[in-house]
Design a protein around this ligand. Structure first.
Ligand code: SF4
Length: 596
């Protein structure tokens, strides 16, 4: 049997307009349709909806060619309203600059269809907000949570964590404060952030009062205050209804969403329906006034693998779909929140069911964790699920830190969570074939192949850690590292027999063996935490005059690959390249193109 394999090597440049993986296992890009950057469906998966936000225009609006006409005198506020009227806003232009595979018009059209949101409160735009988008036609985004709790942390700490999360690539930040001066904390976070800020407003509604005392007026007041402050998106748990509550009894762990459990208790105490659901239209109108986007909360998300995809979770999802349509009819931008804890095999179904029911509205998922038995490592258990979620349709991934289920994340936990999720989001983008998303991987591969350590570190997502780990063993930039050592370094050997003939190293050549620069304070701290080297050894690396391997400026170290004899290299080159150039079969063709 012959297989058609994806193109690889130089014939598959990652900058190709039609995606990084032409002929690969992802679908074609299909920007402008419901299948933009989507995975192929496993048999039996729910198909995309035939509807979009265009089918849920507000009363009085009429379609007019590609766009729509609003009633006379209407003044658009939200990005959705501008898009429906055919306007490319400055925020859409900025998004197109950041998503280089999209034009401003494509951004506008995706926003108009409801498949993309630009969470940008008009008040936050007066500060430092740099507009971004959330939607499957764009790159996969990462959210980091933070916020003071009643038992630890304060405003200064949270603002510091915000800057830290931005440094490590968070695309949005949720302020989930439940303690301290949460109003001041939120204000400080909004004023200092370059990324959109989300909140769960019900938290502030019950500070200083009993849950039972919550009234619609209190809800509206809190929403107005936070909207006027500049919050870019609200998690509103309007999908948990009274009829869902009996379904939770079958679960191992009941309701794990804070907002969901608070509203469930309110419904039981008052014997009434969820006020967020009952007053949804008023909530829409408050949010529209400032262009606060909806993040329709999944109050019934599963809190353990056994509870995943159950009647309570999916029952709530159908209500979230109904609310998506309602919010679109009031001119609001909408994304939908999703689980949680989901066995790996159920992730695709969850993503594609939401895509169908919610007509392509962006899906914003927490993890999901794919196993429950690794507390302390849940940034890993969940980033595995998040990669699958991103590949199968989620637009934004809410990070999970190593402290999940155990305590309030500290600075280093925020870093670990962000990095785990940047890995998940980037892996999904590469697999989906988003044009250009593989560029940096290819650059790093070239630097690695050329054994150009400086460039290797520069291109790393976390250069300090890469440099520190390298220098822990060997603080000389020579043509091997301590993992295999000189004689066993396949990259070094391969470089000598293949690379120079191919010209692939152009621009990546190492000039000479160099002493590594002295460790920076950050790199020093990384090694101190690892505790492998003694303080004296770390001090030596940080105040560098070391002459490891007897390397001197302008000279090769004794280990340099010049020690492989020219004749031997020639022999190896002939033996290897003759075989690799045979193109009779698909497998060999690919091997050949990889080598050329
Ligand atoms: S020594 Fe091993 S790990 Fe290090 S560069 Fe060479 S092949 Fe890679």
């Amino acid at each position: 049997m012959t297989y058609t394999l994806p193109l690889r090597g130089a014939s598959n440049p990652s900058t190709q307009k039609n995606g990084t993986n032409p002929g690969s296992f992802a679908r074609p890009a299909d920007i402008g349709g419901p299948l933009s950057f989507s995975s192929p469906d496993t048999p039996g998966m729910p198909q995309p909806s035939d509807h979009t936000a265009w089918d849920f225009l507000p009363e009085g609006w009429v379609r007019d060619g590609m766009f729509a006409r609003a009633p006379a005198g209407f003044v658009p506020v939200t990005q959705l309203e501008h898009a429906r009227m055919g306007t490319v806003t400055p925020q859409m232009l900025r998004v197109a600059e950041r998503e280089r595979h999209l034009t401003p018009e494509q951004v506008r059209d995706e926003v108009a269809s409801g498949r993309m949101i630009i969470p940008a409160n008009i008040k936050h735009l007066e500060h430092r907000l740099d507009p971004m988008c959330i939607g499957r036609a764009g790159k996969t985004k990462v959210n980091a949570n933070m916020g003071a709790s009643p038992v630890s942390s304060g405003t200064d700490d949270e603002v510091e964590k915000l800057a830290w999360a931005e440094k490590w690539g968070a695309d949005t930040v949720m302020d989930l404060s439940t303690g301290g001066d949460i109003d001041a904390c939120r204000r400080a976070i909004i004023q200092n952030s370059h990324v959109p800020i989300g909140t769960v407003p019900i938290y502030s509604m019950i500070i200083g009062r009993k849950l039972e005392e919550l009234t619609p007026e209190i809800i509206f007041q809190a929403l107005r205050e936070q909207a006027a402050q500049g919050v870019d998106y609200f998690t509103i748990h309007a999908g948990v209804l009274r009829r869902h509550l009996p379904l939770v009894k079958e679960r191992l762990i009941g309701i794990v969403s804070r907002g969901g459990s608070l509203l469930a208790k309110w419904m039981l105490v008052h014997g009434k329906e969820n006020p967020m659901y009952e007053h949804f239209d008023t909530i829409c109108d408050i949010m529209r006034e400032y262009d606060v986007s909806f993040s329709l909360g999944d109050g019934l998300r599963p809190g353990g693998l056994a509870d995943a995809s159950d009647a309570a979770q999916l029952g709530e999802l159908t209500v979230l779909a109904e609310l998506t349509e309602k919010a679109w009819r009031r001119g609001c931008q909408v994304m939908v929140e999703g689980p949680g804890h989901v066995p790996f095999d159920q992730i695709e179904y969850n993503m594609k069911l939401q895509r169908q029911l919610c007509h392509g509205a962006p899906f914003y998922v927490l993890g999901p964790l794919v196993t429950d038995i690794f507390p302390g490592y849940d940034h890993i258990t969940s980033c595995i699920g998040a990669t699958a979620a991103g590949f199968h349709g989620a637009s934004m991934l809410c990070y999970v830190t190593p402290k999940e289920h155990l305590g309030l994340p500290k600075k280093d936990d925020v870093k670990q969570g962000c990095i785990a999720y940047k890995i998940a989001a980037h892996a999904a983008d590469v697999a989906l074939g988003i044009p250009g998303s593989r560029d940096r991987d290819d650059e790093l591969t070239k630097a690695r192949a050329a054994l150009n350590w400086e460039r290797h570190f520069e291109l790393s997502f976390d250069p300090d850690t890469a440099r520190a780990y390298h220098d822990e063993d060997l603080d000389v930039d020579t043509d091997f590292c301590a993992m295999c050592g000189h004689d066993w370094c396949s990259v070094r050997i391969s470089k000598e027999i293949v690379e120079f003939a191919s010209g692939k190293a152009e621009g990546f050549e190492r000039e000479k063996v160099m002493k590594s620069p002295a460790l920076t304070p950050e790199q020093r701290e990384i090694l101190e935490k690892r505790g492998v080297l003694s303080p004296q050894e770390i001090h030596k690396l940080a105040s560098k005059t070391k002459k490891a391997l007897e390397s001197h400026e302008g000279e090769h170290a004794v280990c340099h690959s010049d020690y492989v004899e020219a004749e031997e290299a020639q022999l190896l080159q002939e033996q290897r390249l003759v075989q690799l150039r045979v193109k009779n079969t698909v497998g060999e063709k690919n091997a050949s193109s990889a080598a050329e």
